[in-house]
Design a protein around this ligand. Structure first.
Ligand SMILES: [Zn+2]
Length: 70
């Protein structure tokens, strides 16, 4: 694999995992609290930790550090 930026052949493939994590659902927690009380407040906590992990493979150039997609 040749780097499209500098033409170097010292490129390595890497796999990156990107995790998008939701924070605490403040709105749903407060709304839940107002409607349902403490149980509703816990519902906001239930929304925590729901994340999506996406895996991507990249080539990374050791000469210029440029990343490019496979
Ligand atoms: Zn390069």
């Amino acid at each position: 694999m040749r780097c499209p930026s500098c033409g170097s052949e010292s490129c390595h493939i890497i796999e990156e995992s990107e995790t998008r994590q939701k924070g605490y659902g403040v709105c749903s927690g407060i709304c839940g609290y107002l409607i349902l009380g403490p149980i509703g407040f816990l519902c906001g906590l239930c929304g925590m930790g729901e994340g999506k992990t996406t895996r991507r493979a990249f080539w990374i150039c050791q000469s210029c550090g440029r990343k490019f997609r496979v």
